[in-house]
Design a protein around this ligand. Structure first.
Ligand SMILES: [Zn+2]
Length: 123
């Protein structure tokens, strides 16, 4: 296979494998945390090799400082501030910041739009 060339079936299989590995990591974490870290490593290897981005659901379960699996409640702290969510890894202390201002703005826009539509109906 040519370098950098990736047909659609490769991406599909890669996505499936990443999903399976993360699910395994989630279920194994309570008994074997080292295993779940290894599953994350394997999933990251697949995603970097075939250039498949991790889905947003799993992206927030991996520490960006030490690449360990995060389980909220046991080795991860989640705090909500005004406009962003902080994910703190308790293994290395790295804080991942996920802003949600876009969602806030969208919500407001939808509210205003629905209000305008209602006004038009009433007129
Ligand atoms: Zn960490």
């Amino acid at each position: 296979m040519k370098r950098g060339f990736r047909p659609k079936w490769v991406i599909k299989i890669g996505k499936e494998r990443i999903d399976i590995l993360f699910k395994l990591a989630d279920s194994e974490f309570s008994q074997h945390p080292e295993r779940s870290n290894r599953y994350v490593k394997l999933a990251r290897n697949i995603s970097t090799k075939y250039n498949i981005p991790l889905s947003s659901k799993w992206k927030r379960r991996v520490c960006k400082g030490c690449y360990k699996f995060l389980k909220p409640g046991s080795n991860c702290k989640i705090r909500v501030t005004n406009g962003s969510v902080h994910y703190k890894c308790l293994e290395c202390g790295h804080v991942t910041n996920v802003p949600y201002k876009k969602e806030k703005k969208e919500k407001r826009r939808k509210k205003i739009e629905s209000y305008i539509i209602q006004k038009r109906i009433n007129e």
